[in-house]
Design a protein around this ligand. Structure first.
Ligand code: HPA
Ligand code: ZN
Length: 324
């Protein structure tokens, strides 16, 4: 099965570039930029990982971002992820980035996106990995800040395919960002939002994504299974759900294999993704292998999940056909 998974050309639709920041790179970049993070070695960084819920992960995730200072840093972060992706036989990616995590530290939007974009171009040329970037807003920051960043992104519109919403979901419902997402749609961006596993008010957040925001995809969305009408509506709209099994294991202590099977059975379109692979120590193939190990997934189930990723991707239909 390992070889089977490795041999399949795959797409990844839920990976945070800042979540691909490997401890060796955090350490080296912090040193090179004179940033004091308080760790003596890459091993000390890993030893500090203690993720058991979303906030405990996010605290560390934002702390490590301080090591990223220059355009070259963003280039190296992004290119290193694409090298990992190529090794996993990923041919297409829609990666997320979190500009507010950087502008809030005094790093310009241009520094961030120029570095990422150059790495995307080089990865397509040198590694054969194509990608389209998704800009995420941090939902624990204000709607005004999100709108400002939407404005900042407009000169780079051709480099960004869509917008998403991530960070701490508690008391930060989709509706808080309705005006921002309406404007983003009017500017031509595709729309997705995180509905993280087992967060407060999660089922109503997913309904808001459908009824008020009119998203074109849902990131995570595991808890939709608690509401039959919600599942039926997601299936009817053919909305993709970007599920992250190893990430879920950190939050709910299961790889959510039963939930993924339920979605397949209900005609929903789950896809498999790595989320923050450097922190969760699992890239995309590892996530598929977890389904085999912990849920005894068959080759045909794996194939269906891989096919779903291309189907619900934001590739042009003509480009999609080449992969399906
Ligand atoms: N959920 C919410 N915010 C995030 C995540 C996530 O899985 N990863 C990075 N930011
Ligand atoms: Zn995520």
């Amino acid at each position: 099965m390992r070889n089977f998974i490795a041999s399949l050309p795959k797409a990844e639709l839920h990976v945070h570039l800042e979540g691909t920041f490997e401890p060796e790179h955090i350490f080296a970049m912090a040193l090179r930029n004179g940033i004091e993070l308080g760790y003596e070695s890459p091993e000390a960084i890993v030893a500090a990982y203690d993720f058991h819920d979303l906030p405990s992960f996010l605290t560390f995730y934002y702390k490590a971002m301080h090591a990223l200072q220059t355009e070259q840093d963003f280039y190296e972060l992004t290119y290193a992820y694409f090298e990992k992706a190529a090794a996993d036989n990923i041919v297409y990616v829609e990666p997320f980035f979190d500009p507010q995590g950087h502008t809030s530290r005094g790093i310009s939007f241009a520094t961030v996106i120029n570095g990422i974009h150059r790495a995307q171009q080089d990865a397509e040329q040198n590694l054969g990995v194509k990608s389209n970037l998704i800009m995420c807003f941090l939902r624990d920051m204000s709607a005004e800040s999100a709108m400002e960043h939407l404005q900042l992104s407009l000169p780079y519109k051709d480099w960004i395919i869509g917008v998403g919403l991530d960070s701490d979901e508690k008391d930060n419902p989709p509706m808080k960002f309705k005006a921002v997402f309406d404007r983003a749609r009017a500017e031509g961006y595709k729309l997705t939002m995180h509905c993280d596993v087992n967060q407060k008010d999660i089922v109503s957040h997913i309904w808001e994504c459908l009824n008020d925001i009119d998203v074109e995809r849902i990131d995570h969305g595991i808890n939709s299974l608690e509401d039959d009408a919600l599942c039926a509506e997601i299936a009817k709209r053919e909305l993709g759900l970007t599920i992250c099994p190893v990430s879920n294991q950190f939050v709910v202590q299961t790889y959510t294999t039963d939930e993924i099977r339920s979605m397949l059975r209900k005609g929903m379109k789950p896809t498999i993704n790595s989320d923050d692979p450097a922190y969760f120590r699992a890239y995309l193939n590892d996530n598929f292998e977890a389904l085999v190990e912990h849920g005894n997934f068959s080759q045909s189930e794996i194939l269906q999940l891989v096919k779903n990723s291309f189907e619900v991707s934001w590739l042009e239909p003509t480009d999609k056909n080449g992969y399906l």
